[in-house]
Design a protein around this ligand. Structure first.
Ligand code: ZN
Length: 425
């Protein structure tokens, strides 16, 4: 429907004056400590001067301009808002494949709004959503509603549906074909189709492209195999198309040869990322291709398995992945923190930071992976992930020292996003 011009003008004027007021709002955050992510240490005390939606000054003592609101967070530690580089706002706990069958996209969009709120209230102020899993570009509407301040949520990078081959990892296989059950992903069966799907998604508002490069995995406790979906040349065509518009490709990939195809094609990240060959790890190290482990989802599936046998299989998979993670660390592969939240409850994914420490990475390195590398992967290296002058005012507080006890990330007590206080206990 076309709105009368007068209405649009009035709405635009109102929005403008509201943001003009916010632009002057000045806040000083004070706490006993503040995390310097790059240096991997605390400074004490910590202060952040926020003007509008940006950080103006950071230090042990910052300017306190007249009229500034001072928020004293006592013994807490200030730190940048958390980043989760692998989320699914459009998924909730329960049988994943059936969500697209039983729930409409309008219903799933409402769930996604609630998920976005749960994530930001838990301290996650930036996320990369790795596919709406059958709800097309509804994630674009969620991202835009957050950006316009209509609903609370992290700043989002979204991909619309992931892309997959016919009968591939995320297709609706194993149903009566006569029912024509919809795939959770968009089909592309060759390089030409990949580019066409990417252009359509880009037109509808996608920030990046997620491609299923491998799956389904088979692991019997000893031998691991997984089919690849696209050749190296096909993935290279997708990467070239993404770069044409300043965008990126992320792949769901494990095992060989698929992960090697993806790394050599120049993707931005390999998500899940286990059973990589030494050559693939070297390509990832040399080209700064991030591995995003997503341990928490496997732990959740192990803890909530339908049968003890399934639980055991998930646990064996997790143990194997932890060993692979240590190999990748030794090989110098760069990491980003991503949890695959959605199939497990939104707002609980700080567990991923904890698991990466449990599996052998130093807490300061996990924080750098999550926040500094995470910001790079989300293409916000100069605006989120650190407390720095000029960055967005995405600031949280935790009760303790995350370098001594990474578990404090699960007990976020204060959330400011874009200069606005969303949570204060
Ligand atoms: Zn995922």
């Amino acid at each position: 429907m076309r709105l009368p011009l007068l209405c649009l003008t009035a709405a635009a004027a109102f929005t403008f004056s509201a943001s003009a007021q916010d632009a002057d709002k000045t806040t000083v955050l004070h706490a006993a400590h503040m995390l310097d992510v790059a240096a991997g240490k605390l400074v004490s005390p910590g202060e952040v001067l926020v003007v509008g939606n940006r950080i103006r000054e950071v230090g042990t003592h910052v300017a306190h301009p007249a009229g500034a609101q001072v928020i004293d967070l006592g013994s807490a530690t200030l730190m940048p808002g958390l980043i989760d580089a692998h989320t699914h706002l459009f998924l909730h706990p329960g049988a994943e494949d059936l969500q697209t069958v039983e729930e409409s996209t309008p219903q799933r969009t409402i769930e996604a709004l609630l998920a976005a709120k749960a994530d930001v209230m838990a301290g996650f102020t930036a996320e990369r959503d790795m596919g709406s899993e059958g709800s097309g570009c509804a994630d674009v509407a969620v991202r835009n509603a957050i950006n316009s301040g209509d609903i609370p949520g992290p700043r989002m990078r979204v991909s619309c549906n992931a892309v997959d081959v016919l009968g591939g990892h995320e297709d609706a296989n194993n149903y009566n074909p006569a029912q024509h059950v919809l795939s959770n992903a968009d089909y592309a069966n060759n390089a030409t189709e990949l580019v066409a799907v990417m252009r359509q998604q880009r037109k509808e508002g996608a920030d990046f492209t997620k491609i299923y490069e491998t799956g389904k995995d088979r692991f019997d406790g000893v031998t691991f195999t997984t089919p690849y979906q696209y050749t190296e040349a096909e993935l290279a065509a997708a990467v070239t198309e993404a770069h044409r518009t300043g965008s990126r490709v992320a792949v769901h990939a494990t095992g060989e040869p698929g992960t090697g195809f993806a790394a050599r094609a120049g993707v931005a990240s390999v998500d899940h990322a286990y059973v990589l060959s030494p050559e693939t790890m070297k390509v990832m190290r040399d080209n700064g291709i991030f591995a995003v482990p997503t341990f928490t989802i496997t732990e959740y599936f192990a803890d909530h398995a339908a049968t003890p046998q399934v639980g055991e299989r998930e646990r064996a998979g997790l143990k194997m992945h932890a060993a692979e993670f240590r190999k990748q660390m030794a090989a110098g592969v760069p990491f980003v923190v991503g949890s695959d939240v959605g199939p497990f409850p939104h707002g609980t994914q700080a567990r991923e930071y904890e698991l990466m420490v449990e599996y052998g990475m130093k807490p300061a390195d996990v924080l750098r992976a999550g926040l500094i590398n995470g910001a790079k992967l989300l293409d916000w290296a100069d605006s989120v992930g650190q407390l720095k002058a000029g960055f967005y005012a995405d600031v949280i507080a935790v009760p303790g020292d995350p370098i001594a006890d990474i578990g404090v990330l699960k007990r976020v007590s204060f959330v400011m996003k874009n200069g606005e206080v969303l949570r204060k206990e």
